[in-house]
Design a protein around this ligand. Structure first.
Ligand SMILES: [Zn+2]
Length: 80
């Protein structure tokens, strides 16, 4: 998710300074996302904390557990 260099309003966002809604514009400047209030001039750097999660694809390898363990049981005669 990256904002374009063109300023665009963010709907439903209130300004943390003047508490006015729908006054925040988001734009990108030198690769950094900023938010700016058109009402009071508040400007802040937006740090996107929500990074897209990479889907963990686990490829099941051919793990065949071959349990061919033959156990020979000897019956030991206790008589000696
Ligand atoms: Zn403001």
């Amino acid at each position: 998710m990256a904002f374009t260099t063109k300023k665009q309003f963010i709907a439903g966002v209130t300004c943390p300074k003047c508490a006015l809604m729908d006054k925040i514009q988001a734009f990108t400047e030198d690769g950094v996302n900023y938010r700016e209030c058109v009402s009071c001039g508040f400007k802040d750097e937006m740090r996107l904390s929500s990074t897209p999660r990479e889907l963990e694809t686990r490829v099941n390898t051919d793990e065949e557990e071959i349990a061919n363990q033959t156990q020979t049981v000897r019956l030991v005669d206790p008589q000696g």
